[in-house]
Design a protein around this ligand. Structure first.
Ligand code: ADP
Ligand code: MG
Length: 640
């Protein structure tokens, strides 16, 4: 297969004039029969990297894909190009699936899309193995790794099944994989000396903004931001289903908005998604269930109304903005209290190891039906389900193709605990991202270990271009704060690059009112004023990574007598008083051993009651009248 021939297919079959960056190199490697790992952002054109080599190699390309909608969409597109593409998934009837199998065995298909769970259907992998595919493509490959953010247990089946399909080369594709997840993908799929194509995390048309906004103000702010038609179409991500529904109806008066979440029926979801894709709805208010594989080029804005659970997920979500290359925005609204929603989800999705232990001890060597097992363990059905799923993932339980379960290996607990820790670390990193006054794009690029990146600040985000931000409220520093900052600059001049902790320890001697958190906030003001920059650093201690930041002066900051005209984020109104009056500060973090700074008196979360509709302990059952009364009281306190 010559390179010219690849170019010919590109124009003749796909109608593209030229390759996008990196596509050609990937296609060449795959045509030559090499395994590959391809990590490029959403919209970069990864699909072509298996479609083209698959055709060039001749025979059938098997594509593993995690979502039915995604599969249907891809198959329709390929059929429209005149290619013989088919799919087998749970949404199709037996007759149709059988016909597809016959076509596959007769060599009539260019592409066959399958859902990963098909691989556990008895006889199906054997059927596939009766022919050697030209290529196996694993799309959204990060789903195989529990170190990622979107783990799908079904993807684990792949590792055991792929050997039967060799010597076909295997290409794993994803838009979101940290170096650790990349390793995991390669190991789980048994990739053989894979070509690694890790490219292009930097987005040059995306202005990323993170702003601390109290939950009570977020809805109105979203409405205000999206009132400008130039900021639509837009995707708004909310932390919970309830908030998605509530915000969508709140917005409906102004714009054509729809809600999307996993609690809706598949048909309703398909319907609102189709409306959004076709432009009949301009705003989709969704949980993170929305968006995988979405190919809508003109999304102008992605807003998050709460802190996401991981930088990987966040990057994936904002990556859906501006795929057409035109200027776009990603706006993250967050505050300290957001962490509690995550604690709730973490407790739900990762039960404590002793809960898994209860299930593990009930398991026997001989497989039993799941229902029978459930009766032996006194757990809520949901909790039981989660615990069993996790046991399976970590090797403590074995699930037969018939759905029966038996006891697995002993060593699951260590891996499971490590995984729980990892989830918490992801949250810590996400918070550092949101709070740190370091170029947002640069933080993202570094997070993914993009080695070819030049490391330059983006010039667009709220740190690089504070004046262009839309969401953050800022205020001038007080004379005392300004004096503290001047002192900080003085201290840095002889000793640049101090850690923020060291610097604070010095400054606080003279300015005892400036606590650590307030100081970090002030440093943000220095950065935004162009006088300093911060850098992440870390060291390892007793097997744990301790993260911290260093402060460096810029050229302007190092000039003695530089005017300090810093602006800082406005703290949430009245919180200090509300807390004192009610004694209702945030509960201490229930995440043990986490290097999360303690909330200072200035930053407690508001007593939001059920207003946000989040599933935390305070949400259900709160009477609207009571919530209203509390709100009025709080407002009164604030005015005082
Ligand atoms: P990804 O999977 O990386 O998110 P897709 O494979 O869905 O991205 O491609 C995104 C869009 O880019 C698709 O509409 C596709 O047709 C288009 N595309 C891919 N490669 C090219 C190319 N070489 N020239 C022009 N358009 C391309
Ligand atoms: Mg894709």
């Amino acid at each position: 297969m010559t390179v010219e021939r690849l170019g010919e297919l590109l124009t003749e079959v796909f109608g593209h004039e030229s390759f996008r960056p990196h596509q050609e190199a990937v296609c060449r490697a795959v045509v030559e029969g090499r395994d590959g790992l391809l990590v490029m952002p959403t919209g970069a054109g990864k699909s072509l990297c298996y479609q083209l080599p698959g055709l060039a190699r001749g025979g059938t390309t098997l594509v593993v894909s995690p979502l039915i909608a995604l599969m249907e969409d891809q198959v329709a597109k390929m059929q429209a190009l005149g290619l013989a593409a088919e799919r087998i998934h749970s949404g199709r009837d037996r007759g149709a699936s059988r016909q597809v199998c016959l076509d596959y065995l007769a060599g009539r298909l260019d592409f066959l899309f399958i859902a990963p769970e098909r691989l556990s259907v008895p006889g199906f992998p054997e059927m596939l193995a009766r022919r050697t595919p030209a290529l196996v493509a694993v799309d959204e490959a990060h789903c195989i790794s529990h170190w990622g953010h979107d783990f799908r247990p079904d993807y684990r089946l792949l590792g055991a099944r792929l050997p039967q399909l060799r010597p076909a080369p295997v290409l794993a594709l994803t838009a979101t994989a940290t170096p650790r997840v990349q390793e995991d993908i390669a190991a789980q799929l048994g990739l053989v000396k894979p070509g690694r194509f890790i490219h292009g995390f930097r987005r040059t048309n995306l202005a990323v903004e993170a702003a601390e906004v109290p939950p009570s103000r977020r809805g109105a702010l979203v409405a205000e931001l999206l009132a400008d038609p130039a900021r639509r179409p837009a995707i708004v991500y909310t932390p919970t289903r309830k908030e998605a529904t509530a915000l969508a109806s709140e917005l409906k008066g102004e714009v054509r908005a729809v809600a999307y979440h996993a609690g809706m029926t598949a048909r309703d979801r398909d319907d609102v998604q189709a409306r959004f894709l076709a432009g009949r709805a301009e705003v989709i208010v969704a949980t993170i269930a929305f968006g995988m594989g979405i190919d809508k080029p003109d999304v102008r804005t992605v807003i998050h109304t709460g802190l996401p659970g991981s930088v990987e997920g966040y990057y994936q979500e904002i990556g859906r903005a501006g795929r057409d290359g035109l200027p776009s925005r990603a706006i993250l609204l967050h505050s300290w209290g957001d962490i509690r929603t995550h604690e709730f989800f973490l407790e739900r999705d990762y039960p404590e190891a002793h809960v898994l232990g209860d299930v593990f001890r009930a398991l026997k060597e001989a497989p039993v039906p799941t229902e029978g097992l459930a009766q032996l363990v006194p757990l809520e059905p949901d909790v039981f389900q989660k615990a069993l799923e996790k046991l399976w993932v970590f090797g403590g339980a074995v699930i037969t193709p018939e759905g029966d379960v038996s006891r697995g290996k002993d060593g699951w607990q260590r891996a499971y605990d490590e995984q729980r820790e990892h989830r918490k670390t992801q949250l810590v990193l996400m918070r550092r991202f949101a709070e740190g006054p370091i170029c947002r794009m640069l933080q993202l690029v570094r997070h993914f270990g993009d080695e070819e990146d030049d490391g330059a600040p983006c010039g667009l985000c709220d740190v690089c271009a504070p004046g262009d931000g839309l969401a953050a409220d800022t205020r001038r520093t007080t004379p005392m704060e300004e004096a503290a900052l001047r002192r900080a600059l003085e201290l840095l001049r002889p000793r640049d690059g101090q850690t923020t902790g060291q610097l604070h320890a010095e400054v606080v001697r003279q300015f005892p009112a400036v606590d650590r958190r307030a100081f970090e906030e002030l440093l943000g003001g220095l950065v935004r004023a162009g006088l300093a920059r911060l850098e992440d650093d870390a060291f390892e201690k007793e097997g744990r990574v301790i993260r911290f930041r260093r402060v460096f002066l810029t050229g302007a900051g190092s000039r003695p007598g530089a005017a300090v005209e810093a602006r800082v984020a406005v703290p949430p109104p009245s919180t200090t008083k509300a807390r004192k009056a009610k004694g209702a500060g945030p509960k201490r973090e229930r995440l043990p051993k986490l290097p999360i700074p303690k909330p200072s008196a200035g930053r407690p979360s508001l007593p939001h009651g059920g207003a946000r509709g989040k599933p935390g302990p305070e949400a259900p059952g709160a009477l609207p009248a009571l919530v209203d009364a509390l709100r009025r009281w709080r407002l009164g306190e604030a005015k005082k």
